[in-house]
Write a protein that binds this ligand. Structure first.
Ligand code: CA
Ligand code: CA
Ligand code: CA
Length: 211
């Protein structure tokens, strides 16, 4: 029995070791979506931003998909650790509203203005991330991107803001932060932090009363 236990502990330790030493693979995040640009037409100015919270990753043979089509990255394209990549309809900043696009997908993808399910798939076909911004909980955004707030589940629209609420513009004047973090210095405090500040004040008042 003791021997069995020792063996089981050894096996689970080896398992934990290998699980933690595997390369980061499944953590790409659909972080920002411009589905309805205002400065230029949608067929020039749509884009999406992908964030990589883990180690640098080559996206060769990774696929972006919408509800109807898909686009597979066919040449090496590294997304740095903690970095962003912007995929857009058109890479020409003179016509796309002034967004710096890392890779253009052309007419392979179309971001519907009433909603669309966007996904990233690994070369083996496994789903890495998906966002359906037509879900009822999502804000609407015209001439502004949708921005993931950076915590919680990005499939939940409550965790997204319209970029116009953040006050960040790019290029020809639409709201968004392509290739950069979504929360600017103009970011308003989250309701959660207001609650914490509020609770802190209540706590101080109570302490004062005790004194
Ligand atoms: Ca659109
Ligand atoms: Ca539009
Ligand atoms: Ca951004």
């Amino acid at each position: 029995m003791k021997q069995y236990l020792q063996h089981a502990i050894l096996v689970s330790m080896v398992g934990v070791f290998f699980a933690s030493s595997l390369p980061a693979h499944a953590s790409l995040v659909i972080n920002e979506i411009m589905y309805n640009p205002g400065a230029v037409g949608d067929s020039y100015g749509e884009w999406m931003e992908v964030y990589n919270p883990d180690g640098a990753l080559d996206l060769l043979n990774y696929t972006l998909a919408d509800g109807a089509g898909s686009f597979t990255i066919s040449s090496p394209l590294v997304i740095p650790a903690g970095g962003y990549l912007v995929f857009g309809r058109n890479a020409d900043m003179a016509v796309n509203g002034g967004v710096a696009v890392d890779l253009a997908y052309g007419t392979s993808l179309y971001f519907g203005n009433t909603g669309e399910s966007l996904s990233i798939l690994a070369p083996d076909g496994s789903l890495l991330d998906t966002v359906d911004y037509g879900a009822a909980s999502f804000p609407t955004a015209v001439g502004a991107s949708l921005c993931f707030k950076g915590s919680g589940d990005n499939a939940d629209g409550a965790n997204w803001l319209a970029a116009s609420d953040l006050g960040i513009t790019y290029g020809a004047g639409d709201f968004g932060s392509p290739g950069a973090p979504n929360l600017s210095t103009a970011a308003v405090p989250e309701p959660g932090s207001l609650f914490l500040i509020g609770s802190g004040l209540v706590g101080l008042l109570r302490l004062n009363r005790r004194n």
